[in-house]
Design a protein. Structure first.
Length: 180
């Protein structure tokens, strides 16, 4: 039986589960792209500690969402003002989207992305950018199916001496009722 996916604002009590999803997501999605030693050394507890501090510090600027199925958090996404270096622009940026690896391909990521796009459009943003590892073909296809296009920008990214360049994607946002 498949339960419906509900997307809601993240709460502080969701941090431990979000960190678990984030770390397991890295270990699953980036295996073969980043060094195994780095991925195996990721700590859910350390990530949760950092996430709690970030959550408290950036609550006003960053929209953090979770997806739930049958009362269990199964995905997380965060978006906010686009960062161009240290400068914030008028565009939105999808900072992260992670799905419990056991729930991939079941619409969780799609539901999170749709809600992020809807909310960013409702806030008056006309575009959303995101960065994805160049070699992460599954994620790139996911974003392309959702209407995002690589815009030609690339950025060097390195983990433990291994190059893992990122490419930037852009998506136009639908105008929605303006809030705030």
């Amino acid at each position: 039986m498949s339960f419906p996916i509900a997307v809601r604002d993240m709460r502080l009590g969701d941090v431990d589960r979000v960190s678990e999803i984030r770390v397991r997501g890295w270990q699953s999605a980036y295996r073969g792209l980043l060094p195994d030693a780095h991925l195996d050394g990721l700590s859910v507890a350390e990530d949760a500690e950092q996430r709690r501090a970030l959550f408290a510090r950036s609550a006003a600027a960053v929209v953090s969402l979770v997806a739930e199925q049958d009362g269990t958090v199964v995905g997380w996404a965060a978006h906010g003002p686009c960062r161009d270096g240290e400068v914030r622009t008028a565009d939105a940026e999808l900072y992260a989207i992670y799905v419990d690896p056991g729930r991939l391909g079941r619409g969780v990521g799609h539901a999170l992305l749709q809600e992020s796009v809807r909310r960013a459009g409702a806030l008056g943003h006309s575009r959303m950018y995101l960065w994805v590892l160049k070699g992460n073909i599954a994620a790139r296809r996911f974003y392309e199916r959702a209407g995002f296009q690589a815009d030609g920008a690339e950025e060097a990214f390195e983990v433990d001496g291994v190059a893992a360049p990122e490419v930037r994607y852009r998506g136009d946002l639908p105008a929605g009722p303006r809030t705030g």
